[in-house]
Design a protein around this ligand. Structure first.
Ligand SMILES: [Zn+2]
Length: 217
């Protein structure tokens, strides 16, 4: 298969926006792709937004983001304290936040939640991403969960085993509040990376997968 790469701007930094509801979403969904991107484009400018991160979860989010973004040319980590699980019920406030964000960054690439995600917070953020950013490359990442909403993604980023190990190690290291959850285990992270690697015929055996609903060549 002919691989497709990103044509980064030459006269300014490559601007990336990562959007996640909760403090581990971005890392689980696209942490490997982000680390690969930062290595490929060391001058990249990354804005990292977590909408529902209060108290200890904010500290976790910030410490983790700093590690995932190590080596980036410029970073901005933004956290808000919208109530976990209730984002759709304060939708006007969340939309106001997106409008503000639109004026603060001009991303070349956006990572956001999957439109078909069954978590109500995730789904709202996906919808607002498309509502807000109208001429942008958007990749939707996936988060496995009890609800069983994994689909058939159509964009794959192959990852070296070493990068997968780093991603999973950072997840286990930084999210102490999540470790008691039955799904938050190394083997589930490895399993999805390996499955998506199979679907991508990844030469490294591993991949993260995304939904690219609109791609312009
Ligand atoms: Zn989440």
């Amino acid at each position: 298969m002919l691989p497709i790469g990103l044509k980064a701007p030459v006269d300014r930094p490559f601007n990336v926006l990562c959007l996640g509801c909760h403090s581990d979403d971005i890392e689980i969904g696209c942490g490997g792709a982000i680390m690969k991107l930062v290595r490929a484009y060391p001058g990249a400018a990354v804005t990292w937004v977590v909408l529902s991160a209060g108290g200890e979860r904010e500290h976790e989010a910030r410490r983790s983001a700093e590690r995932f973004l190590a080596g980036a040319g410029w970073t901005r980590i933004v956290t808000r304290e919208f109530r976990d699980g209730f984002l759709p019920y304060v939708g006007a406030q969340v939309k106001d936040f997106f409008e503000q964000l639109k004026g603060e960054c001009a991303p070349d690439l956006i990572f956001t939640h999957y439109r078909g995600d069954l978590h109500q917070d995730h789904r709202l953020v996906s919808e607002l991403t498309w509502n807000t950013f109208r001429n942008h490359l958007i990749l939707e990442y996936e988060i496995f969960k009890y609800d069983g909403d994994l689909g058939a993604p159509n964009v794959f980023v192959t990852l070296e085993e070493e990068l997968c190990r780093t991603k999973i190690g950072l997840l286990m290291e930084h999210f102490a509040t999540q470790r008691s959850k039955h799904w938050f285990t190394e083997d589930t992270f490895w399993a999805l990376l390996r499955l998506r690697g199979v679907e991508a015929a990844s030469p490294t055996r591993y991949a993260e997968a995304f939904y690219g609903r609109k791609l312009v060549f």
